[in-house]
Design a protein around this ligand. Structure first.
Ligand SMILES: O=P(O)(O)OC[C@@H](O)[C@@H](O)c1c[nH]c2ccccc12
Length: 265
């Protein structure tokens, strides 16, 4: 069994006790009642032509092991914001990545009380609309849809729920077939994960192959494996609007210097 399959099996077991029908009316009511989160999509389209940097809070991962065990999500988020990050990606999976939904709640609450708020992606293995309810309540601006991990019915349910709740969706893909599926679902934001989650090999060449095939109106994100301005320059050259960066920023003694190197590549 590859790692993604293992993670998805665990996630389905983890959320099983929470699963219940989630109707459009409930999501619309939630969206109406809660303050509107900052737009994730808008943050990725910068007017100054710099690359948008989605900065990730990730304490550990199956591929890297411990990255920054015990890191404060709030301190990390504040450092990223001060460094000019366009958006955050907050891992909320505990078992494999050492994050929690409480990390997202803490950061979103702090940012809304002490502006400016930058949008946060709930980075988790979404399988059911109940996780969209959680994301909206926690203060997220977007959810992740990993195309390879889901069937088309699940994708429709998640995407429809996200739209009803006022959230954007980042569709994550690894090959041409998954790109076709994301486009069929009318994805507005598509990310190429340069890391193959089955075997943990990272290759920015995957973005160079796939991003030029995106429809012109889609926001293009290149995810994983960025450590230098030279890496970022490759993503920009093939048409990426945004980079999703985790490990190198978590480890950086000065995230601001690295973010600025990525932005101006
Ligand atoms: O730490 P990196 O190599 O900069 O990668 C960040 C991000 O792309 C990666 O964490 C990621 C991409 N897709 C995911 C899906 C689930 C969990 C994690 C991820």
């Amino acid at each position: 069994m590859d790692k993604l399959t293992e993670i998805m099996a665990h996630k389905r077991r983890e959320i099983a006790p929470l699963v219940r029908p989630v109707y459009a009316a409930e999501l619309a009511e939630l969206n109406h009642r809660l303050p509107r989160p900052p737009s994730f999509a808008a943050a990725l389209r910068r007017s100054d032509r710099k690359l948008a940097i989605i900065s990730e809070i990730k304490r550990r991962s199956p591929s890297a092991g411990d990255i920054k065990a015990g890191a404060s999500a709030l301190a990390q988020a504040r450092a990223y914001r001060a460094a000019g990050a366009s958006a955050l990606s907050i891992l909320t999976d505990t078992e494999f990545f050492g994050g929690t939904l409480a990390d997202l709640i803490e950061v979103a609450a702090d940012f809304s009380q002490n502006p400016p708020a930058i949008p946060a992606l709930r980075k988790d293995f979404m399988v059911h609309p109940i996780q969209v309810v959680q994301a909206r309540e926690a203060g997220a601006s977007a959810i992740l849809i990993i195309v390879r991990a889901l069937d088309d019915g699940e994708i429709t349910a998640l995407h429809t729920a996200a739209q009803a709740a006022g959230l954007d969706a980042l569709f994550e893909i690894h090959n041409e077939d998954e790109l076709d599926r994301a486009v069929m679902h009318r994805a507005k934001i598509i990310g190429v994960n340069n890391r193959d989650l089955a075997i943990f090999k990272t290759d920015i060449g995957l973005s160079e192959r796939l991003i030029p095939l995106f429809p012109k109106d889609v926001i293009a994100v290149s995810e994983s494996g960025f450590t230098s301005g030279a890496d970022a320059a490759r993503a920009r050259a093939c048409g990426a609007h945004a980079l999703l960066v985790g490990e190198s920023l978590m480890r950086a003694p000065d995230p601001a210097a690295l973010i600025s190197a990525f932005q101006t590549a």
